[in-house]
Design a protein around this ligand. Structure first.
Ligand code: NAP
Length: 287
């Protein structure tokens, strides 16, 4: 039986990875209290003790706006963490699957970002995640896959879908930016993609993962409302499109961060259109 350690196992993706572990895999999920990936000694000890054949890192500092005022905390989890994991993976011969973000790009393109496109993060979170990618690539002797994703949501944890449902119940209307374009990604798609890349011995390198299709945050919110109302019969507040300039946030975000998944899908098969897994998550949340 193949033993795989999942770090950050208490987060949205971590929970889903443990839940969707394939038959024949013994999964050891370690949440932040069980393993702080920013602690190099603890990381090496954990991997020496468990001797996994692969490590999937789902742990990260993900508070994009708060990172602007907490750069050290972001760097510790997002840059130092992957560096320790890569070193421990190299030392024990484990494969490392490390998850990164579309926010390593500046959003200046108008066609989907390729894995090899130039990176230029706009904020502290993106810069810390890019430093984590670089630390993994720079580690001698590590067999690693870096899998970038974006706009991640699930039925558990904190995310845009749950925030929208709450606001649509509390407010007379919900204003959502319509000029940032990307693709929602369900943790189901992301977890299945990671397990499949591992199972099919995908070559080491950088991959992109999201569901299929494209949306603005406004489109995403509109679909959340439409699917939730259809599923529950509940009347929810309408959604109004606004410009990023009308919704200032501490962190700048890329205006366009659609990812090109061609190389990933050649191995895993195409992901569903983002509305399909969204429907399943909404059903779980509102029924
Ligand atoms: N969420 C998104 O929209 C999004 C977009 C692009 C990429 N990603 C990437 O996707 C991956 C999974 O994100 P997610 O959505 O599952 O995020 P999440 O729900 O915030 O989960 C991240 C988990 O990592 C844990 N963590 C934080 N610092 C840690 C440390 N030092 N050691 C061990 N664990 C630590 C967190 O624990 P605490 O809660 O206790 O802090 C949390 O359980 C991350 O690499 C993230 O950067 C996410």
């Amino acid at each position: 039986m193949r033993r795989v350690v999942v770090t950050g196992a208490g987060g949205q993706l971590g929970v889903e990875l443990v839940r969707r572990a394939p038959v024949g895999v013994e999964v050891i999920g370690l949440d932040r209290t069980a393993l702080d990936i920013g602690d190099g000694v603890a990381v090496h000890r954990a991997m020496r003790d468990t001797r996994p054949s692969a490590i999937i890192n789902a742990g990260a500092y993900t508070a994009v706006d708060r990172a602007e005022s907490e750069p050290d905390a972001a760097h510790r989890a997002n840059a130092e963490g992957p560096r320790h994991l890569a070193a421990a993976a190299a030392a024990t011969g484990a494969r490392l699957l490390h998850v990164s973000t579309d926010f390593v790009f500046d959003g200046g393109k108008s066609s989907p970002y390729l894995p090899e496109d130039d990176t230029a993060p706009l904020g502290v979170y993106g810069a810390s995640k890019l430093a984590g990618e670089q630390a993994v690539r720079d580690t001698a002797g590590v067999d690693a896959l870096i899998v970038r994703t974006g706009w991640v949501y699930s039925a558990h944890g904190q995310n845009f879908v749950k925030t929208m449902l709450r606001l649509m119940r509390e407010r007379p209307e919900v204003r959502v930016v319509a000029d940032q374009i990307g693709t929602p990604t369900s943790t189901a798609t992301l977890a299945d993609t990671l397990w499949t890349l591992l199972d099919r011995d995908a070559p080491s390198g950088t991959y992109h993962c999201s569901d299929a299709g494209v949306a603005s945050w406004y489109d995403f919110a509109y679909a959340i409302r439409e699917l939730a109302q259809a599923s529950s019969g509940e009347q929810l507040a309408p959604v109004r499109p606004i410009a990023t300039a009308d919704y200032p946030t501490p962190a700048r975000r890329p205006a366009y961060s659609v990812l090109d998944k061609t190389t990933t899908w050649a191995i895993t098969g195409m992901a569903p259109h983002w509305r399909e897994p969204l429907r399943a998550v909404i059903d779980e949340l509102v029924r």
